[in-house]
Design a protein around this ligand. Sequence first.
Ligand code: IMP
Length: 189
Amino acid sequence: MRLVFATHNAGKLREVKELIGHKYKVIGLSDLGDHEDIPENEPNLEGNALFKARVIWNKYGTPCFSDDTGLEVDALNGAPGVISARYAGEARDPQANMDKILSALEFEKKRTAQFRTAIALILDGKEHVFEGIVKGTIATQRQGVKGFGYDPIFIPEGHNRSFAQMDNAEKNSMSHRGRAISKLVDFLI
Ligand code: IMP
């Protein structure tokens, strides 16, 4: 069965294809020649994931899913959360985003945080939402150069290296997105 993943991000598409395996043929929006940038204006991750999946369902009537992720820092009352990509401004600059978190926590002892991913699937017109969480702490400075986004400042629980010091396979084995995708796969198979 063909499943459309509502993303233009080639890296995410590759990661998800690896996790889902061969039973489903996962294709991205670019594979459909669709370059629409779907807005993420909802008040929470689930809302954004559902909105994006509904746009694709309404357009193509084909089974589809989408995801939205946020970094939730306890000492910042869950911020940046749903605005993680734009935390330091519309430029969506990961370096500026990390600097903003590091300064906000400069004198903070409580550094716990979590990454949370919501995945929305629409199959036969029915909506399903899956959540994946990884808990951890915010480092006092960047560590490592792998990964993307907030990876250099996020140290998953039970480890002393950041996500940016792990290779993809190690990160995916415990990551928010990996966990949400596992739930999606368990549901589909
Ligand atoms: P999106 O929902 O994947 O677009 O991600 C929203 C924001 O969270 C962006 O700023 C991403 O860089 C960041 N983000 C998402 N997933 C990860 C991750 O696995 N590691 C680090 N940052 C991430």
